[in-house]
Ligand binder design. Structure first.
Ligand SMILES: N[C@@H](Cc1c[nH]c[nH+]1)C(=O)O
Length: 372
């Protein structure tokens, strides 16, 4: 007797069945082809490694979101990857330390977190992305955003939009232009996150209130941000954002939300979130960061796409694929010829098999495939 409970999957974990899995394969391939075409070489780190190496790679990484356990062999703490970027950082800083910079690497696979984020209940997600190691300037950011948009479009996304942010905004302003006590900084960040003007005033962040309104369509919002630029503290960042936006040349809709921090654990001066029309929640994110190594660490820029929700939308709208049923005793050469020009064939194993039962759209007849 089968035990129904032992067949259940844990909350937030799912199988992809053939139709969805086929779409997922195509989407992942399209994204990887785009990254590969721009000179990014794929690397394949293991799914588990020492927790310390993952958690300490970039400032701000939260290892409490990772599945962790003691390795019975080494007796050291291990973690399951929740993000490829720190692993790419490790590879760049160790085995590829001597490789010429800028170093372009890409990755694709699954990541797992203990708790789902936001409204999405999934604990395992597909993640694919590219990291440009050795640069975090405007040119690097412009390349990374452009490839992220191109990859999403190649995967079948339409109506792509990009929301720019300045992840280290509060730290930059609190230093001098809009000074805050160290004890106030976290509270100001929190109120900015909830976009609560009243709360911001209550914690002594009155001067930060205008930032809540410098949001929306990029061109208008960046004007507002320049108007409130405290003593020029943000001038170089504003100029950089304008340059990145101009370089994208209308390939995607652009918005700005300078204080948005959601999902940005380790990004520095520049961050962006990607959306696609008809897809709920973000489909990707990226920005500039530093890989902690010796001293200040190496500068880098990258993006990660999370294509699961996009795959669901595409799969739901895709027509069923044609397949040709090959009756017993069919012409094998003809079947091979059909496959070579893109047909899928399904061969009968016994008289009991039929085109209908096996979901075939065609049967191989004397003159070629015939509609069922
Ligand atoms: N890995 C980050 C995005 C990123 C890639 N490179 C830089 N930032 C994330 O998934 O949130």
């Amino acid at each position: 007797m089968s035990d129904a409970n032992s067949d259940l999957l844990p909350e937030g974990l799912e199988d992809r069945l053939p139709r969805d899995a086929a779409t997922a394969t195509r989407v992942m391939r399209a994204i990887q082809t785009a990254m590969h075409g721009h000179g990014y070489d794929r690397v394949m780190p293991p799914s588990i490694e020492f927790e310390r190496s993952l958690a300490s790679r970039m400032a701000g990484i939260q290892s409490r979101r990772m599945f962790r356990f003691v390795d019975p062999l080494s007796l050291r703490m291990m973690a399951l990857r929740s993000d490829y970027t720190p692993q790419i950082g490790r590879i760049a800083e160790t085995r590829l330390a001597e490789a010429p910079r800028p170093l372009r690497l890409c990755y694709a696979g699954q990541v797992v977190t203990i708790k789902p984020d936001g409204l999405n209940p999934a604990r395992e997600k597909l993640q694919c992305g590219a990291e440009l190691i050795g640069a975090d300037n405007v040119a690097a950011a412009a390349e990374i955003v452009a490839i992220a948009i191109e990859a999403l479009q190649a995967a079948g996304a339409s109506g792509v939009s990009v929301d720019f942010t300045l992840p280290d905004l509060v730290d930059t302003l609190a230093e001098k232009a809009l000074p805050l006590e160290p004890s106030q900084i976290e509270a100001v960040r929190r109120e900015l996150d909830t976009k609560d003007a009243g709360g911001l005033r209550d914690v002594g962040g009155e001067a930060y209130v205008p930032l809540l309104y410098a949001t929306g369509e990029f061109d208008a919002a960046i004007e507002k941000l320049s108007a409130i630029d405290a003593g020029g503290a943000l001038a170089s960042r504003i100029k950089a954002l304008r340059e990145i936006a101009a370089s994208l040349n209308g390939t995607a809709r652009l918005t700005l939300d300078p204080s948005e921090r959601h999902g940005f654990e380790y990004q520095t001066w520049f961050g962006f979130t990607l959306y696609a029309q008809g897809v709920r929640g973000p489909v990707g994110r990226g920005g500039t960061y530093r890989i902690a190594g010796s001293g200040a660490g190496e500068a880098a820029t990258g993006f990660s796409l999370y294509p699961d929700a996009l795959i669901d939308v595409i799969a739901a709208n895709e027509p069923a694929e044609d397949r040709v049923f090959l009756p017993l005793g069919h012409d094998r050469d003809e079947a091979a010829r059909l496959r070579s020009i893109g047909w899928r064939t399904v061969a009968a194993l016994s008289d009991a098999d039929s085109a209908e039962a096996l979901g075939c759209t065609h049967v191989l007849g004397a003159g070629g495939p015939e509609n069922v």
